[in-house]
Design a protein around this ligand. Sequence first.
Ligand code: HEM
Length: 447
Amino acid sequence: MFSQLHNSITSPSWWQLINWIADPIGFQHKYSQKYGDIFTMRLSGLGSYVIIGNPQAIQEIFSQDSKFDVGRANRLAEPLIGQNSLMLMDGDRHRRERKLLMPSFHGERLQAYAKQICLITENLTSQWQIGESFVARSAMQKISLEVILQIVFGLSEGKRYQQIKPLLTAWLDMTDSPLRSSILFLQFLQKDWGAWTPWGKMKRRQRHMHELLQAEIEDKRIKADEKLGDVLSLMMAVRDEDGQAMSNEELTDELLTILFAGHETTATTLAWAFYQIHQYPDVLEKLQQELDSLGENPNPMEIAQLPYLTAVCQETLRMYPVLPVIFPRITKSSIKIAGYQFDSETTLMPSIYLVHYREDLYPNAQQFKPERFLERQYSPCEYLPFGGGSRRCLGYALAQLEMKLVLATILSKYQLALTEDKPIKLQRRGFTLAPTGGVRMVMTGKR
Ligand code: HEM
């Protein structure tokens, strides 16, 4: 049967790698203009990736999950999160682990976390002073880290808790620019030549973090109480079919995965939301009116249902995907997708960015327009900030709830403004994208 050929970028693979690290959005924009919504890039030392911005093709990928390996395609993350991470698993092991972790981040559990999220936000912002400026991304990162530490670890005090916070932040800040992120992509830089070299520093921080997490696990083993309700206690209580509990190494890698995946991502999206809301006075006014309509001390789950607030969060995630592409999918055998034939061992990479900026789906895609989400429903292959199929983000429900509650708590109490009016660009930060400079704001008054 007839199958189409897709295009490959012809420039040298080292040049493509540099550009992919430096500016993954500009890269995709440029080549999609030239080659359309399916094309191959070759990254020196890492291999070839077929970038896909075609919703029909993405729908076919999501609906045939078992035909792809994802864990082994994520090996770039292994030096950070360890080999026992959910992100690096495939097949039955992945299915089992997800089943085990999923309930902790969904359904009834979320209701229990909602109050905690509002309290954490109130506490951390209560120190803000009128006239004081702050970097929104850093302020949001403090909140989201606290949320993860309390919910996942059940930690809110103690020496270890005080050590984990700055250590994790310093570790993540090691890849806070495109240049510094290159260490994650260039394997020849991943050599431990001593404490003063970047990789040496990275490894030492990782070891220190492992020690802290292992000590936390040991402490919890002594207390061993599933009723504590935090994710770590729940993970420690589960047994597999053979009655085996998760080992300390397995627990540590999963904790690190959730720490890595679960707090910077939400903080970055919140910073973008503050940026957009404060660029458009009518958006801010509508939001405040909607929040005020709930009266004093609303129930957090009512806040989470507000349509305009939900649309603002959806539109922020559309315009500023934290990951430029979702996890790569490696074909296990030859497969036809959207009329294209792909050999076995081809790596397909659906692009959140390319889909979210399609003019046929999102007219005036460069414009922040929350209303588009009130006017129409998008399918999982037309709107995919959290990926899809069996690898869909584990924390998507928690992330969305957290975004709404943090925005609602802050916007109901404070008046804020941006300190600069020049446009803020996306910049690579490790595997993610973040606002350059982090969005500077100032508190101008209380409500
Ligand atoms: C705004 C915030 C977030 C965004 C935009 C985001 C986005 C994503 C994306 C795009 C993926 C890849 C999905 C795929 O390839 O199909 C992913 C996976 C994942 N995310 Fe998130 N995420 C966010 C927050 C969180 C939170 C709060 C947690 C943890 C509580 C979390 C944990 C994970 C995990 C564990 C995976 C791997 C899932 C697997 O391999 O099965 N994420 N996320």
